[in-house]
Design a protein around this ligand. Sequence first.
Ligand code: DX5
Ligand code: ZN
Length: 229
Amino acid sequence: MKPQSVKKRTLIAPSVLAANFADLQHDIAAAEKAGADLFHLDIMDGHFVPNISFGPEMVQTVHRLTSLPLDTHLMIENPDQYLEDFKKAGTTRLIVHVEVCRHLHRTISEIRSLGMLPGVSLNPATPLSSIEEILPFVDLVLVMSVNPGFGGQKFIQESLNKIQRLRTMLDSRGINAFIEVDGGVSALNAAAIVEAGADILVAGSAIFGAKDIRGALSAIRTKISSKEL
Ligand code: DX5
Ligand code: ZN
């Protein structure tokens, strides 16, 4: 019998940072109806990144508003101190930055033992070699395609090459971790990002910044569907 080829589906993760906090219920429901696969939550502490966003309470609020999985991106100096808080808040995946974790393997193991799926993220200037040893232990790698801290920034074009090299690194070692891409993602570049090897696209302003949330998400979905294997 011929082996059946499995169609790969790219996941879309709207970033709540760009949503209207005054009517979160509306924005979350609209994105969910439009076919979002998960929600991305950006935690910023004003130290690791020059901006302050929100904490575990926001994760809990979104968790009450949707049954979709939550992806929490910690852009904070001391992630170890808050792992349990985010578990209690209801996050599915917890992502830490390689730049702040002195004992990254310990942090990743702790996230898993708390019952969450661990992810590691790296800034645009951080080389892939810095995460090489942790790859077998993570559920996903979050490639930052802007310098973290703010929504609405321009996608750094060189990230495409980094994504391609990470894809090769994972495939050649038989590692199943997802590649998630965050920053400046829109319908204009989504196809190229998927083609480079991404599995999950985070999009904030391109989805929640649009008047028509459903239309904006569908536009990204249409662009990527032609690139899916
Ligand atoms: C940036 C955050 C992103 C941000 C993306 O530091 O990590 O998740 O919300 O926003 P857009 O899609 O507007 O670049
Ligand atoms: Zn993020």
